[in-house]
Design a protein around this ligand. Structure first.
Ligand code: ADP
Ligand code: MG
Length: 361
């Protein structure tokens, strides 16, 4: 742990980034009604930046003078932090830039990281403005933890950095299909889940992963692409087979594949109760074909309290991993990273332990 706010403060303090369109479009009202007062009372100088478009925050942090800022705080959903993390990693000075403490305040419809940060305090779950108050309190306390980033390689060669999740199948479809219901806030995921259940489908693909026990990786791995930032030493190139010490999942028919890097999938889905900001783990879940609608609904209901692994459901598998490869076999579909849609196709991921920093308990 480090402490964020030193005795000697720099002039600008905290950069607060707000997406006025996130969630029900209430982020500015949350800033004016809560956040501004909280920061002022805690004597934390800050400057407000309101995003005007997609990728505005990404561009802002890519060119910002980071010596000016003690922390970058996001008042939005997870999507805006995803932009900020990737903007920082695109900088020439990424190694230093990604050390800038990041803070999250729930202002969107998908506030999974905020819910996770609250969960790590071991306090009982809260929602809505109570979650905002809890995260605001943590921000004012200013304790900083290390945060894992997961390097994600898409088939086009594009590379992304993720702090939350990689999803394919049911969860990814719900995330994207429910965007149209963003006016109802976090409820959109419940409505989306019910609609998807009604038209439940099977997703064909190949899944392989490096179990967390096989920590060091093997000689056949080692990805050596052109960019040298954070080499993915556990991955083999996509056109080659996975390294020998990886586990190949026999099943080829799934209902969902979900890799979690924090505890919460959304404000009220506790997918990986044991996950921590810097555990160096990919919490990999998959549900194989053949599960009934009723059993799947039971899993999601149990996930609200994080007890889905106690359901005794033979179709649900949970493994701890360091890296994975997923190759969808159908031509088109949806894949999401941190709740944002990404290019569809074969994908690989590996965890990089504690490379970023997060204001957390
Ligand atoms: P939510 O949880 O409601 O989805 P996010 O923070 O995830 O909120 O933001 C959703 C999307 O909006 C992100 O893809 C982000 O890039 C984009 N975005 C950011 N600022 C704006 C803006 N001013 N107008 C429209 N979209 C924006
Ligand atoms: Mg989002």
């Amino acid at each position: 742990h480090g402490v964020l706010f030193s005795e000697v403060r720099r002039p600008c303090g905290v950069m607060v980034l707000v997406n006025p369109q996130s969630g029900r479009g209430q982020a500015m009202a949350l800033y004016n009604g809560h956040v501004q007062r909280m920061l002022t009372e805690a004597d934390i100088p800050h400057t407000l930046f309101i995003t005007e478009r997609q990728n505005h925050a990404r561009d802002l942090v890519r060119s910002a003078d980071l010596t000016q800022w003690d922390a970058l705080v996001i008042l939005s959903g997870d999507g805006l932090l995803f932009e900020v993390v990737n903007g920082l990693m695109e900088r020439q000075d990424w190694e230093k830039a990604i050390q800038t403490p990041l803070g999250i305040l729930p202002g969107g419809s998908g506030n999974a990281l905020a819910a996770s940060v609250h969960h790590y305090t071991r306090a009982s779950p809260v929602w809505g403005e109570d979650l905002l108050t809890s995260c605001g309190f943590l921000l004012c306390k200013g304790l900083v933890s290390k945060l894992d980033l997961i390097s994600i390689r898409l088939s086009s060669g594009a590379r992304l950095f993720s702090f939350l999740s990689l999803a394919w199948g049911f969860v990814a479809d719900v995330d994207i299909e429910s965007e149209q219901f963003r006016q109802i806030g976090a409820l959109r995921f419940i409505l989306g889940t019910l609609l998807r259940l009604a038209s439940l489908r099977i997703y064909q693909g190949k899944l392989a992963f490096l179990p967390a026990e096989n920590e060091c990786g093997s000689d056949s791995a080692s990805f050596s692409p052109s960019d040298s930032r954070l080499p993915d030493h556990l991955l083999a190139p996509l056109e080659q087979p996975v390294p020998r010490d990886w586990t190949l999942v026999e099943e080829r028919e799934f209902v969902l594949v979900l890799a979690m890097f924090q505890s919460h999938l959304s404000e009220d889905l506790l997918a990986a109760p044991d996950a921590r900001t810097d555990d160096g783990l990919i919490h990999l879940f998959y549900v194989t074909a053949g599960i009934s609608r009723a059993a799947l609904l039971r899993l999601f209901r149990a996930m609200q309290s994080g007890t889905h692994l106690d359901c005794g459901c033979a179709h649900l598998v949970y493994r701890r991993a360091r890296a994975l490869r997923l190759e969808p076999l159908s031509a088109a579909g949806v894949m999401t990273v941190d709740g944002e849609r990404v290019e569809y196709g074969p994908v690989q991921a590996q965890v990089h332990r504690g490379v970023a920093r997060l204001i957390s308990a």
